[in-house]
Design a protein around this ligand. Sequence first.
Ligand code: F6P
Length: 571
Amino acid sequence: MRLVVIANRLPITVKSLDPVKLERSPGGLVSGIETFIKKARISDWVWMGWGGSNLRKKDVQKIKELLLNKHRCLPAYVPEKIMNKFYNGFCNRTLWPLFHSMPTLATYEKSTWESYIEVNRIFLKTLLENLEVGKETHIWIHDYHLMLLPGMLREVHPEAKIGFFLHIPFPPPEIYAQLPWRREILEGLLGADLIGFHTYEYTINFLRSLSRVLGIEHSMGELVYLDRLLKVDTFPMGIDFELFNSIKGVSKKTKAIKQALGNKKIVFSVDRLDYTKGIYNRLLAFEDFLRRREDWRGKVVLILNVVPSREGVEQYQSMKRQIEEKVAQINGTFGSVEWVPVLYHYKSLSVEDLVAHYKASDVLLVTPIKDGMNLIAKEFVASRRDLRGVLVLSEFAGSSRELGEALVVNPNSVEELSKAIELALEMPPEEQESRLRIMQDRLKRYDVLKWGSEFLETLKGIASKRDTLKTKELGDRLSRKLKDMFRSAKSRLLLVDYDGTLVPLAKRPQLAVPTQEIKDILYLLGMLENTQVVLISGRKKGAAASVVWGSTYNPCCRARLLGKGAKERLG
Ligand code: F6P
């Protein structure tokens, strides 16, 4: 199997060209897919993504061979101006807030939408110019930056095996429908054979949006679009459990963190700077806790690590100011010469530093207002081999579906969050242990290898089902045989598929109207003695008054028994 991964970011970032300096790219998507490829022992793979902000066109050409041959990375060159409108504009000012159900933060600008189309086209062009899309190639496209690419690729390669996975939430249909380009995005996604989401809720939201915007219905997640079968399903992304559970060489760092804080209790929080992460509310809750529980003052420290992100978007800058002001206010109000209640850091952490913090903490706060999955919560649970520590987790993080033994909270309630901090700090060790044990067992079973393998297996399965269901031409011999059987049969049952057979597939079901000729043929067939005619459709019964609907959809009944001139052929 050959795997082509396509994502906005490459797993490595080119820091400088002379001399060539490469760095690992940040983010859960990158580390998750890299780990999967390694663990699944996929030997034939290529990763395509954006070349990077500091590279000109000729730089990308220059470094392409090195990246491709040594690192299996194919860089796409996107002019800076377009990239800026695409990434800071359509991706992070339109799609990001809308998909996180914060529509009031979303802006809709035609020019950034045009840059989105353009970047998706550039990715397509780079792919076609550099890689062969053969029968054994599995193309796996990732995330909200590239939702038009599956459709664009399908037009050029109708037979390709294309999977798409969304790493952020898919919003409820009434929110999604606010997007001016809602049809185009859905049509782009439907170019894939398999569309995957982190949780069942996002899958259902997507299926309901398909019904609302395009009038497309599904059966158990399978649906037909432009005469092609495809599947929509849930694949919760896991982590490299073993790595976090048995990481070596961090105990010194863990000790150092504890000692530096005079063995005070540690509440830890680490997120990318983002308004979806609920960092400000977390501070309000910690402030409320310190106000209510005077006895805890001087005995607990909140380490608040914020990882720089998307600095080109204003909302992120103003939120950073707001967070820093609140930290200063809490420290000013409650702190003393001996005790600083909130230790604030604005930087990235290496995996070792991150795990050392997980291990040194008594409580981890993961309290986003909305989050696709949140792997930090899973990493913390996995790293607590000592079965100590409490996870406080927002019910609006995708990972809360799998981590029900955490203290699950509504992050919009400062009181609830503040109470959860209190409960977590005072939880008896036996209870910490039993909660962590159950969660660890679950995370071990469904790790990142399982996630990726299940996705690719399902992609293979649905693509081969799609191929076996392709309409076969009815040749002369079979046609004669059918007619003879029809004439000589004592009683006849005709099961006739509707959409895509009697009428061409249409974008909305109401538009798929049978011609007068088809109605006449159905009428004539229905008049024949000992003959029953049943129309089969995936729609609701009674949806169209002019035809009689069947109640089940059997995609095997796709033979074109009736077509132009059917009256004559039937005699
Ligand atoms: O959560 C979605 C995601 O795209 C992740 O895959 C990524 O780690 C994170 O957002 C940050 O993305 P970026 O820094 O590329 O904007």
